[in-house]
Design a protein around this ligand. Sequence first.
Ligand SMILES: *Cc1c(COP(=O)(O)O)cnc(C)c1O
Length: 394
Amino acid sequence: MEKKINFKPVRESYLPYGRQWIDDDDIEAVVEVLKGDYLTTGPYVSTFEQAVAQYVGAKYAVAFSNGTAALHGACFAAGISEGDEVITTPMTFAASANCVLYQGGIPVFADIDEKTYNINPDKIEEKITNKTKAIIPVDFTGQPVELDRILEIAKKHNLIVIEDAAHALGATYKGRKIGSISDMTMFSFHPVKHITSGEGGIITTNNKEYYEKLLQFRSHGITRNKEKLNEYHGPWYYEMQFLGYNYRMTDIQAALGTSQLKKIDKFIELRRKYVAMYNEAFKDMDEVITPFQHEDGQSSWHLYIIRLKLDKLTASRREIFEALQQQNIGVNVHYIPVHLQPYYQQLGYKKGICPNAEKLYEEMITLPLFPAMSEEDVNSVIEAVKRVVSFYSI
Ligand SMILES: *Cc1c(COP(=O)(O)O)cnc(C)c1O
């Protein structure tokens, strides 16, 4: 007979895995925009862009309606087109690969490192062909990828690096902030990420040519820049010079993002504190593996993931996941490897191409982690994990 948990939930209310932190300053910032002249592109968009660029130490930033649109813009600026191959990780949100498909390119999945869960640079090299144009590494959970190696590979093969740092605002690599190192870096401002603008995303870059392409791409491929116009009919004149999209961020979003960015240090400090509590609590448990921390990179901890040692447990990941849900813990799984999604299967990607990602997917559980949770919340998660795991321990 199956063992069933019979103890009462450790907490009465449901704790989500991630959630935004909004305070009165944020609300005031948004209300101010609503009372003003600009709702769409107004002064706050460039204020926000400058604030993010300054924070990460990049020369330029271009805000987008969401992070996926920003990745699409980066693929366009990198010149990805029909038939170009772009190497990325399967252990990510679908957007990291979808942006390549939007441009007619071909996502190529390189397997992850079993320890860091990040893309393995050796596997990147194995996947390079004469069609490879770019690499999209993902700083998974907030832990920076091995940027030195990846940039070296890119240089050797003349590839562009578009870093998906949706998880990594505020993370550092060898003392430098993520966002200032790769050719282009994307951040997302979805409510579960480090700071939010509702929906929102941004590309940071030190390259002026990419910067100008991104600006134009975000607004239908239109420019009013006199230096770029082919003709000039008068003050009303603009030119649509290539096919772009309406991917603009609103001033409402940008005001919220700007206000949120002021709190980033506090947000990251709280995330790090809660991670230290989790690590300490789980370090002697035989049944779980806690996150590995690469010494070159300081994570900004978007996600906290434990890996189950299934041979030390009598239950499956699913049973443990469901038992934690019954304890009112908002667990999650990041991610179902992208190449296993039905759409990618239809495109011909086969199970088995990334064995590490596929194996880890079966063993991982994401625990709640966000600055607006309290120490008591963290302790309730610890208590629930300990109880459930020891209940199912062999
Ligand atoms: C959130 C996220 C994105 C996309 O961001 P949106 O703003 O939701 O479009 C892309 N990649 C990763 C890894 C993400 O977590």
